[in-house]
Ligand binder design. Structure first.
Ligand SMILES: [Zn+2]
Ligand SMILES: [Zn+2]
Length: 279
């Protein structure tokens, strides 16, 4: 499996797996079919909102983990907004259906601007975004990156640097938190995202709600257009943007045509996508 794997079709199913941190964003239908035996690798699930195309695969994940061959004792952390009754009702249904789930499910409330440490050097920050009249959670992964050598020590040999370190000199610049992945399915207001510049500026990868590839097709105020996504990506200096949640009105040939002419820092995805360049 590549470092980033996702599936997304607007209104059908969306999920995105970040392999380095074993973290899944959303659980659209079919996600367990894709993972099969690797389903045990998933450690964290961050749910954005309770619409069926983002939640419908959670039942399959729990079912597959409970009954497949593998380490079915591994705990699973699910982060979601407990104030949303639809999540609670869905979890009640799961609890009633499975009498003996062999692994522990940690159902954890996450609210706007909470930070969750997911690995030694990576954390997820929850950023609320408008999804029409609702609020969804978008999530950014920040990676703590070791500071580079200060320029005044750049020409020194390793043993000279070692001596300085030994004598207590701080030869490196301070560590930095770098945004590496931003997931914002579903969202409708580009200004929400631009407002999070201090969290997102320079993010390496954005998984964006680009439901409408032509702005004139926008008949649903709960989603963004490709043009809006491009403006946000430029404004926030994103490295690469995956334009997802594409409406079913656009066929594969149309998506292909756009990808043939789009700038290299964008790709339109309708269906599966994987890439190993994002660690
Ligand atoms: Zn959706
Ligand atoms: Zn939605």
């Amino acid at each position: 499996m590549k470092s980033i794997t996702l599936f997304s079709i607007g209104g059908t199913s969306s999920w995105c797996y970040h392999k380095p941190s074993r973290t899944l964003f959303d659980c659209g239908e079919g996600v367990s079919l894709y993972f099969e035996k690797e389903i045990y690798a998933v450690k964290n699930i961050f749910l954005s909102h309770s619409h069926g195309d983002h939640l419908g695969g959670l039942f399959g994940i729990i079912n597959t983990r409970a009954y497949s061959m593998g380490d079915n004792k591994k705990e699973l952390n699910i982060y979601y907004d407990k104030r949303n009754p639809y999540f609670e009702q869905f979890f009640e249904y799961i609890d009633r259906t499975f009498r003996n789930i062999p692994f522990k499910i940690n159902k954890i409330h996450i609210k706007p601007f909470d930070e969750v440490q997911i690995t030694v050097d990576e954390k997820v920050i929850c950023l609320p975004v408008s999804h029409g009249k609702f609020k969804a959670h978008s999530y950014v992964i920040h990676k703590n990156v070791k500071g580079k050598l200060k320029p005044e020590y750049a020409g020194l040999k390793p043993d000279e640097i070692g001596k300085l370190v030994h004598s207590g000199v701080k030869v490196q610049q301070p560590n930095r938190n770098v945004p590496v992945l931003y997931y914002s399915l579903d969202s409708s207001n580009p200004l929400d995202i631009i407002g999070y510049k201090s969290y997102l500026d320079g993010c390496k990868l954005w998984i964006a709600d680009s439901t409408f590839l032509n702005k004139n097709d926008r008949d649903d105020p709960t989603h963004m257009t490709m043009e809006e996504c491009k403006n946000v990506a430029k404004n926030l200096n994103f490295g690469f943007t995956i334009l997802c949640h594409v409406s079913n009105r656009y066929n594969d040939e149309f998506v292909k045509q756009i990808n043939n002419t789009i700038e290299p820092e964008f790709v339109v995805v309708k269906g599966y996508y994987e890439n190993d360049n994002f660690n």
